[in-house]
Design a protein around this ligand. Structure first.
Ligand SMILES: [Fe+2]
Ligand SMILES: [Fe+2]
Length: 379
């Protein structure tokens, strides 16, 4: 690792704890957040539909795949929050190895904690996680509205417009689940917000695709798949299944568009995309440090906790690693791994996720996620 690799993040290295903790959400109490969009809005006068057949096929499919979150999900289901927490806590047990060890140390930040606090932590973690999904969905809503304006191809504008509607439904159902079935929610995580801001702000239209369709949605697809597999709560399971059927199409949209566009870029431009992808990867990893949960649990010195999480053994980071199972093969398909002497390949090796490169890329597997298909691919 060289210092310059992390300049874009304002850090000396990926695990620069001081810099990670320096970022705080200054808008916690605000009801809106303003982000400047530096990209041009583009009209196209070339209305030839189907000039890009694969995008056209996605658009046609999308028109017939719209579900209704109010009618198609069974909101009469009485959700037992403790049961949802218990299912998900099985995930936490693996990743909380470093936290458990820290709890046993003499100067543990958890030394006054009893069963009540540990149970509360699991509950807060679930609420935090679903809240971040909801905020990420709003990021997707805004990003795809931006894509409608900025992409120069009519087939892509058509498709992106259907995705705007999909994302509205996703925000709606996560918000309703949090509001009516769980207790309490969280403001947006500071690292996720920085990433969303970079995606919305960027002057190049394809960077919005890369950040949102490939990185954020690729991670979401893997995370939803994992949660869908773990939870036995019927409403959440159904909700995730519906959302995933759309997300797989969204990631495919990103892969199909960028595959064509990247063929015309220079090496220097591709390298800029590699860096942007890695910056997004680090920010998404940092969001899973769930700083806001530790704050809410009343811990004043969270540094040892962050340190323990970042420096956990690879087998204790299994969940975080699996979140890259869609991102890495899609980056490979786009030629981002090996361009520029394999800069991104090296970076993905450093964060221990390169082994996913030969999994199926999402442009070919989205039919497996369609509603009515039993062949749901999880992570
Ligand atoms: Fe979504
Ligand atoms: Fe999406």
């Amino acid at each position: 690792m060289t210092a310059t690799d992390y300049e874009m993040l304002g850090r000396n290295d990926a695990n620069d704890i001081a810099q990670i903790l320096m970022l705080t959400n200054t808008e916690k109490e605000a009801s809106i957040s303003i982000v400047k969009n530096e990209a041009d809005s583009i009209f196209t006068w070339d209305y030839e539909k189907g000039a890009r057949p694969r995008l056209n096929k996605l658009y046609e499919k999308s028109k017939h795949s719209m579900w209704d979150g109010e009618k198609d999900l069974d909101w009469s289901i009485d959700v037992d929050q403790d049961k949802v927490v218990a299912d998900i806590a099985m995930v936490s047990e693996v990743q909380n190895g470093p936290i458990t060890r820290l709890a046993e140390s003499a100067d543990s930040p958890f030394k006054n904690w009893g069963d009540k606090e540990w149970a509360q932590l699991d509950k807060e973690s679930l609420n935090w996680q679903l809240s971040q999904f909801m905020h990420g969905e709003q990021g997707a809503l805004i990003a795809t509205a931006k894509i409608v304006e900025t992409v120069p191809w009519i087939d892509a504008k058509y498709y992106a417009s259907t995705q705007v509607m999909d994302e509205a439904r996703h925000v709606e159902v996560f918000a309703k689940y949090l509001d009516t079935k769980l207790e309490g929610n969280y403001p947006v995580n500071v690292h996720l917000k920085h990433l969303l801001d970079d995606i919305i702000n960027h002057s190049e239209w394809d960077m919005t695709y890369l950040g949102m369709q490939i990185m954020v949605e690729g991670l979401a697809l893997a995370a939803f798949g994992y949660l869908h597999m773990m939870t036995s709560e019927p409403l959440l399971k159904q909700l995730l299944r519906y959302v995933m059927s759309d997300e797989a199409r969204h990631v495919a949209f990103g892969v199909l568009t960028l595959e064509e566009y990247y063929q015309h870029l220079t090496l220097a431009e591709i390298q800029e995309r590699q860096e942007f992808a890695f910056e997004a990867a680090v920010r998404m990893r940092d969001r899973f440090l769930q700083q806001e949960v530790w704050d809410r649990m009343g811990i004043t010195n969270i540094r040892p906790i962050i340190d323990a999480q970042l420096n956990a053994a690879p087998e204790e980071k299994e969940f975080q690693r699996l979140l890259f199972s869609k991102i890495v093969p899609n980056c490979r398909k786009l030629g981002l791994l090996d361009a520029g002497e394999g800069w991104l390949r090296t970076k993905f090796e450093e964060i221990n996720v390169i082994e996913f490169e030969h999994l199926e890329s999402t442009d070919t597997e989205f039919d497996d996620f369609a509603l009515g298909s039993d062949d749901v691919t999880s992570v």
